[in-house]
Design a protein around this ligand. Sequence first.
Ligand code: KIV
Ligand code: ZN
Length: 553
Amino acid sequence: MSRIIIFDTTLRDGEQSPGATMTSPEKLRVATALTRLGVDVIEAGFAASSPDDTRSIQRIAEELGAGVITGRKNPKPPEICSLARAIRGDIDAAWNAVKAAARPRIHLFLGTSPIHREYKLRMDRAAVLKKTREMVAYAAEYDAHIQFSAEDAGRTEPEFLYEVLEVALEAGANTLNVPDTVGYIQPEEFMELVSGVFRHVRGVGADGVFVSVHCHNDLGLATANTLAGLRGGARQAEVTINGIGERAGNTALEEVVMGLDTRREYFQSEHGGFEHGITTELLASTSRMVSRVSGMPVQPNKAIVGRNAFSHEAGIHQDGILKEQSTYEIMRPETVGVAESALVMGKHSGRHALSVRLEELGHKVPEERLAKVFVRFKDLADKKKYLTDHDLVALLGSNSGEEQQLYTLDDLQVTCGTRGMATATLTLRDPEGRPETQAAVGAGPVDAAFNAIDTIMCTGSELMRYRLEAVTEGNDALGDASVQLRTADEGTDNLQTGDARRPIYRGQGADQDVIVASARAYLAASNRILRARAKVSGGEVAEAAKKTAEKTA
Ligand code: KIV
Ligand code: ZN
C-alpha cells in the first residue's frame, strides 16, 4: 500500500483565483480546517509577494506547524510551505515565513518549457540548468524540505524536463514536482511523462525522494491527470478545496481523495493500493467554509461537494435508490459529510450548543461576537421552522469576529414597486456609536440601499459582483447575499503572474429579508475598504472615512 501525500495549495494557487483574496485571519481559519481535514502539506502562500502574505504564513507556521491541532486520521503536524521564485530574495523570504513550523518546506519554481524559456525568462536550456542548480543548492542550505517545480512541465520537452529534475535532485531537492501549469496535457501523456521521471532521472526511486503532480483544469482534466500521474508513480498530489485556482482552477482535493477511495480495488489491483490521511467526513463542511471565506461559490453539480451531488430528481432514479442505494449512488453521502438530516438546531438550543456547532463547522467565534450571533440565531429560530448548518454559517456573515466591527446597520426601510424610483432610508452607527440616517434613490431597492450606504461611508467603490441566493429551500429560507467591491486605489503587483491587480473587497450578509441581507453584505465589504485604508495610512478608521469623503466631494 502506498501513502499519497496530500499537498494543499488552496491558500496559494487557490487564492490566485480572481476575487478570492483572503485576509490573514481568514487564511488561518482555512489552514485550521485543512489541518483538521488531515492534509500533509499546507502551501500557505507566496512570502515574497507581499508583507501581508509573509505575516499570514508566519502565523500559520506558528499556530499550526507545531501539531497542537492534527487530523483525526493524520496525527503528524502539517508541513508548512511557502512558494518562491528561483531567486535568492524569494528563497530567504520563504524560509523566514515558514521557519517556525516543526516541518518547514520551501517550494521554488522555474519555467522549463520552450515558451517560458524564450518569452518569459529569455534563457536558453543551459541557463535554466545553471539557475536550477544554484538556486536549489542555495535553498538546501536552510533546514527545510526543498521542493522544486519545473513550471509548465506539461509543455516541456521530456528529455530536457528529466535533465532539469536530475540537476535539482543533485543540488538537494527532496520533492520534484511536475506541473501541468496550463492544463494542456492528456491523461495518457501525463502518465507517460511522470513514469518517465522514474526511468530517466537518476536518484528518483531512492528513499526520501518524492515525485509530485500539480494539474490545472483548463480542459476539465485536472483530476483525471492527477490520478494518471499517481498511476505513473507520483506519490504527492497538489490540490485545492473545491478546485479553486488560477483561470479554470486546480485539481479538487475532494475529487482525488474520493476517486482513490471509491475505486480502491482498482488501484489495489493495478498499483498495489493507495492510502491517505484525509478524514473524508469533513469534506463537505471544509468545502462550504472555503467557499464562504474565498467568496467562490461551488457550482451545484460540482462532483462530491456540489449541492446536487447526492440529489436524485428523476422518478426512475428515486425508485431505484429506494429499492437499493447502490443503483444510482457510488458513494454514501455520509462518507463525505453530507448530513442525512437537515435539522440541526432549534429555538431551544443554547449559546454553548451554537458555539460548539459553529466550531465543528470550522468557525471559532469569539465570545463578544457570539453574543450578537446568538441574538440573530434566536430571532431566526422564532421565525423559521428548521435551522440547518448552512443557516448557522450564513448568520455569521463575512466575518466571524476577528475583524473589528466599524459601521453597523441600525435600521433600513425601503419603498419600491412598479411606479417611480425605489427609495431606501437607512441608519448606520459609525465606529464611535453615533447614528447617521440617509435616504437615497436607486434603480431598485437594493441599489437604493447601496447608494444610501455610499452616501454615509464614502468609500468611492465600484460594485463588481452581486449575488443573492436562498440558503435552504422553502418560503422561510434565509437570503444569502454576497458582494465584491473594487476601489480606485492603487493595485498590488502579483509577482507570480506579473499582473497589477486592484484589490477586491468581499462582503456577505444573510437575512430572511433579501434587501436587508444585501445591505449587510455591502456594509461588510465597505467596512473592509475602510479597514484597509486605515491600515495603509496607519490612522484611525473614522479618519480614513473622513478623508475619503473629502476626496469624493
Ligand atoms: O501551475 C504551476 O506551475 C504552479 C507552480 C508554481 C507549481 O502553480
Ligand atoms: Zn499552479
